[in-house]
Design a protein around this ligand. Structure first.
Ligand code: NAD
Length: 526
């Protein structure tokens, strides 16, 4: 047997390890602050070229990048699984497939979505004025991303930023740097001009250097603590930021729901990606009268899950991403036990493996008073609490500092929609769970500590452009009524304007015409 020779890590390197085995996946250069600054400067120069690229050419490049991904789909899925621990099946279903869809959507639709728009301006329009809204690229967009969806989160934002005419500097998570490099390589093969997309690798220091290099926009996805630091540093340069932060997402199940379906959704929603999704089900509220039946189904389905190496095709739960992350889960499970909740299945590391595997864990008798019902766990735990009335369910779901997603399960769709509208979360699903980050057409983002701003959808595209209003006056015969030359008559005119002017109905404004004419005559005499 030949011994594995460990290659010493150089100071300017980061090593990526497979969390399921501890083996090295590869290493990349750790970018220092000067290199980050240099990347941003190159990005600014590239912006002057890229912004002039016609949409058709941008579209061709993005569609070519799609083809590159499709040609390498197995290798990319393996890389995601190796660096992050998730099953290769999930790398394809939850990352590659949705982001490929997003790519074609924004490649085909960005031009239409950012088409200049004429705005109705009421009587001002009759007075020879017109207003047009145009959308301009911002410049250098800094994308700082996490490890849990290391391909789809940054890539979706890269594509939207590029289609809008921006250049990008991407800082992937230090736990998944090779996937970051892969994204750059994909676009290189797709013939994206040099420096339009650059990747800088490293930990928080590299991220902080990127924030401090005054990009024109920061798209950040990660923890609340880092989000607050970034918002504070970005404020020094007035750099606008989108913050996609944590969640503690509730799933509310009424007794009239299809309990078989809802229990499968709960198991998938809580344990997919080993529970490391910002929109994982982290709190489950079941109507008391159905609690025993529902919980039994959840436990049975959880016990049937296969845990193992992400590279095995038929496993469902892979490893977690890091020792730090699994320690949070252990702490939360202990805290649940100490505060009187009951572990029904799981509850410990899976010792059959060397890496950081935690068994999917179902917990009964949870309440909102317990600490782990309030802090983000980001691991494979499913705490179950009960409620008796619709109002109580809404109160429990809203009793949180977070507001990313939520789901409501019921056989009564009108109740589902009613309850959904009363839960404060960026997305509320009725008889669905977790997956809507995969619908590129719809906005993604949260309320409260889950952050602000949006990615995806038209709303996300608008974050990546500057809105400019072009106002033109074609009638130059008279001065404007509100210009200097104030008088008693002017005040009378302004009062009438207050009542009837601008965007109201033209019919109503007609009554204003005699006074308007008087004021014009007054001004022309001056
Ligand atoms: P994290 O905050 O530790 O790191 C995120 C990124 O920020 C990494 O690239 C990291 O290197 C960088 N970073 C760290 N310190 C920085 C600093 N001072 N300045 C600039 N950059 C810095 O988060 P994580 O552990 O990678 O990801 C998990 C968190 O992300 C969870 O809270 C999860 O809920 C959240 N998340 C949110 C969404 C969403 O869409 N709302 C999606 C996925 C993950």
């Amino acid at each position: 047997m030949s011994a594995v020779v460990e290659v010493p890590v150089k100071e300017n390197e980061i090593v990526s390890y497979n969390p399921a085995t501890g083996a090295e996946v590869g290493r990349v250069r750790n970018s220092c602050s000067e290199e980050v600054q240099e990347a941003v400067e190159k990005s600014r120069s590239a912006f002057e070229i890229w912004r002039k690229f016609p949409y058709a050419e941008r579209r061709r490049i993005v569609m070519r990048a799609r083809e590159v991904i499709l040609a390498e789909i197995d290798e990319i899925a393996k890389l995601i699984s190796d660096e992050m621990g998730k099953p290769a099946a999930e790398a394809i279903s939850a990352e590659i497939a949705p982001v490929l869809d997003l790519m074609q959507y924004f490649a085909k639709n960005t031009e239409k979505m950012l088409r200049p728009e004429k705005r109705g301006i009421g009587i001002l329009g009759l007075m020879g004025r017109s207003s047009k809204i145009i959308y301009k690229p911002l410049g250098v967009v800094a994308i700082i991303s996490p490890w849990n969806f290391p391909f789809s989160i940054p890539l979706g934002e890269v594509v939207m930023a590029l289609m809008a005419g921006n250049t990008v500097v991407l800082k992937p998570s230090e736990l998944t740097p090779l996937i970051g490099e892969k994204i750059a390589e994909i676009f290189e093969v797709a013939s994206l001009p040099k420096n339009v997309l650059q990747v800088v690798s490293g930990d928080g220091k590299t991220g902080a250097a990127l924030v401090n290099s005054a990009p024109n926009k920061i798209m950040f996805t990660g923890s609340v603590a880092t989000g607050k630091k970034i918002a504070e540093s970005a404020a020094k340069n007035l750099t606008p930021v989108v913050l996609e932060l944590g969640g503690k997402d509730p799933m509310v199940v009424f007794a009239d729901a299809d309990l078989d379906k809802a229990s499968s959704a709960a198991v998938w929603g809580a344990f997919t990606n080993s529970g490391q999704a910002c929109s994982s089900v982290e709190r489950l509220y079941i109507e008391k009268k159905a609690a025993d039946r529902f919980t039994a189904l959840v436990v049975e389905k959880t016990r049937n899950l296969e845990q193992g190496l992400g590279s095995d095709e038929d496993i469902e739960i892979g490893s977690m991403s890091s020792e730090d992350q699994i320690k949070i889960v252990e702490d939360h499970v202990e805290a649940f036990k100490e505060s009187g909740a009951e572990i029904l299945t799981g509850g410990t590391r899976n010792k059959n493996f060397e890496g950081v595997f935690f068994e999917p864990t179902v917990i009964k008798n949870a309440t909102n008073k317990m600490r782990p019902m309030r802090e983000e766990t980001f691991g494979p735990t499913l705490p179950i609490a009960t409620f008796k009335t619709e109002d109580e369910a809404i109160d429990l779901a809203n009793d949180t500092d977070f507001g990313l997603t939520a789901s409501v399960w019921t056989g009564d769709l009108s109740r589902g929609k009613r309850v959904a509208e009363k839960i404060l979360a960026g997305t509320v699903n009725v008889n669905e769970v977790l997956y809507t980050h995969g619908i590129g057409q719809t906005p993604w983002g949260g309320f409260k500590d889950s952050g602000y701003g949006r990615t995806h959808g038209k709303e996300g595209l608008m974050e990546l452009v500057g809105v400019q209003h072009i106002h033109v006056n074609r009638f130059l015969f008279t001065p404007d009524l509100w210009w200097f030359g104030y008088s008693k008559n002017a005040i009378k005119t302004f009062k009438e304007m207050s009542r009837t002017f601008a965007s109201g109905s033209i019919l109503r404004t007609i009554g204003f015409l005699p006074q308007m004419w008087k004021r014009i005559r007054e001004l022309s005499k001056k």
